[in-house]
Write a protein that binds this ligand. Structure first.
Ligand SMILES: Nc1ncnc2c1ncn2[C@@H]1O[C@H](COP(=O)(O)OP(=O)(O)OP(=O)(O)O)[C@@H](O)[C@H]1O
Length: 262
């Protein structure tokens, strides 16, 4: 487990990356990532299209296994991490009601086929109220607008009550009001000392709300305090690195697969 110095105490890291390479069919998409995320961090992950942000998040939640290296979760089970995927990754033709979809956030507690009692039903209604969607319970998810769908994804994360929350482009294609409401939820999670990672493209939003940033371009360009990371120099370097990347390259010679640590 990695450790990180915080004030005058040595704190175990919540997430540690040890020479992690992630990819698909042996073609790496994220290279040799080393670093740590402290408990309670609010970390923006930024980079051009194809930089590997979603791949990194899929690695953290165990959907993609490292080709090499290891990700350690600070003693958490991967099911204890709340994951908000990109909206495009959700099959919205699936005939499930808003109530039932949000209720899947309770599966960790109830089991997939566990019945919902009064307390669970109230929790779902409260989560829907918190994202401003009271009254939408019976609608099927396919009938929602993009912004409404994003809100119910947040409602599901709320219900999961997780100490680590991973949000993949949570504010894409939504209006200013929805974005402000959902940023408010992220700030609330931060004040509750949860560890929050979000992949983002809006640099103004990152500068305004995220103290720490990881700039990714298949490998780390910079990682640290947001103002130090988002310099024109670093952003230009990230763009050039992504443009130059060969998507068909094999994993580096000498990299031997290592099992993922939980
Ligand atoms: N399921 C997959 N199978 C094969 N290659 C993939 C898959 N998903 C992503 N890739 C490739 O991995 C690389 C990194 O993609 P990824 O989606 O992680 O980037 P990103 O930074 O999230 O991009 P964006 O900002 O466009 O969402 C890209 O070259 C992409 O084509």
């Amino acid at each position: 487990m990695g450790f990180r110095f915080d004030g005058d105490a040595l704190m175990p890291a919540q997430l540690s990356f040890h020479n992690v390479t992630l990819g698909y069919d042996r073609h790496p998409a994220v290279h040799h990532l080393d670093g740590e995320v402290a408990p309670g961090a609010l970390l923006a992950v930024v980079g051009p299209n194809g930089a590997g942000k979603s791949t990194l998040f899929r690695g953290i939640v165990g959907i993609v296994k490292p080709l090499t290296g290891a990700i350690s979760l600070g003693g958490l089970d991967v099911r204890d991490i709340a994951y908000l995927p990109q909206i495009a990754d959700i099959d919205r033709s699936f005939p499930i009601s808003v109530f039932d979809f949000v209720g899947t956030g309770l599966w960790r507690h109830t089991g997939m086929f566990g019945g919902l009692g009064r307390r669970e039903r109230d929790a779902i209604l409260q989560a829907l109220a918190a994202v401003g969607l009271t009254g939408f319970e019976k609608r099927t998810i396919g009938t929602l607008s993009g912004g409404q769908m994003q809100r119910i994804l947040f409602a599901r994360v709320l219900l999961q009550d997780a100490s680590v929350i991973v949000l993949d482009e949570p504010f894409n294609a939504i209006d200013a009001k929805t974005s402000a409401d959902l940023v408010g939820l992220v700030q609330r999670w931060h004040t509750e000392q949860r560890t929050v990672l979000a992949a983002l493209h809006d640099m103004d939003l990152v500068q305004a709300h995220f103290p720490e940033t990881l700039l990714l371009a298949r490998s780390v360009v910079a990682w640290g305090e947001t103002a130090q990371v988002l310099t024109p120099d670093n952003l230009g370097r990230a763009r050039r690195m992504c443009e130059a990347f060969d998507d068909t390259a094999e994993a580096c010679a000498g990299d031997a697969p290592r099992p993922q640590a939980a």
